[in-house]
Ligand binder design. Sequence first.
Ligand code: AMP
Ligand code: MG
Length: 316
Amino acid sequence: MARILDPTADSIAQAAAAIRAGRTVVLPTETVYGLGADATDDRAVAAIFAAKERPRFNPLIVHVPDAAAAQRHVQWTSLAEKLAAAFWPGPLTLVLQRRPDCRLSLLVSAGLDTAAIRVPRHPLAQSLLRAADRPIAAPSANRSGSISPTRPEHVVQSLGDAVDIVLDGGPCLIGLESTVIDARREVPVVLRPGGITREDIVRIAGAVQDGGMGGPKHSPGMLESHYAPSLPLRLNATEVNELEGLIAFGPMPLQGAGLTINLSFTGNLAEAAAGLFATMRTLDRPGLERIAVMPIPDTGLGEAINDRLKRAAAAR
Ligand code: AMP
Ligand code: MG
């Protein structure tokens, strides 16, 4: 059964020892909680897939403490340099060519010749990476296809028996997964919208291309059924009834739902992103038949929020 450990020097040392011994550890990042293991150890990485019951073809993001560490595993590009300088540490993942001498397990790349790599900002993730002195592969710490955890108790609900150590870093500040960018060429290709907005990427790189959805060769992890609560989800609701839970947004929430949670009364998208997954979990309860969602603007972080909502709605 999972043990939730307060962040102390001792618990970080325990977690680092577990990583070095080839075991899995749940670590907080600023995006969501990750189920981490030594990314250079095939058996440790295989244990992540087993715990998540995740399809093998879905590659994993590798976490490293800084850009210099990233460059030991992947072929650096001038675009990677620009994006890393602007957004690392932070919620941006770069997909790059594996180096010929790359020691990352082939399992993290799921058979591709690329690896997805990120420098997290969360201080506990940073401490663990430095103490373990290993690159850590870490997908979200939930069973495959269900909602990503943004608090330690979500991890226990979803993976309770399958994990041992959960480092408690409190609620995740961003609450949405990282933006995944293919940075192999001059123009960045967005494989998955996330915590860094399209506008931010364009500001640094000048342009951006879409590449994610429908491109299994490029982004095998973009399964339709992801982030799914067990209740059906209905988007862009303009009315609501008492059998529905309502995800509201903005100063004028619809009236009449069985239960309403407002992601942000002031219409703040960062606040909405941070609370999104916890809200889906809270509304996913017996007594309700459906979850209705008010329209959310598609600008800035709204793009990633709407991406997750669409996939939760498309799940069945
Ligand atoms: P998760 O670990 O659950 O946050 O999901 C990882 C995301 O990164 C998925 O959308 C993957 O498709 C994407 N990803 C990881 N590695 C690669 C790669 N080598 N090429 C393309 N996309 C990747
Ligand atoms: Mg996930």
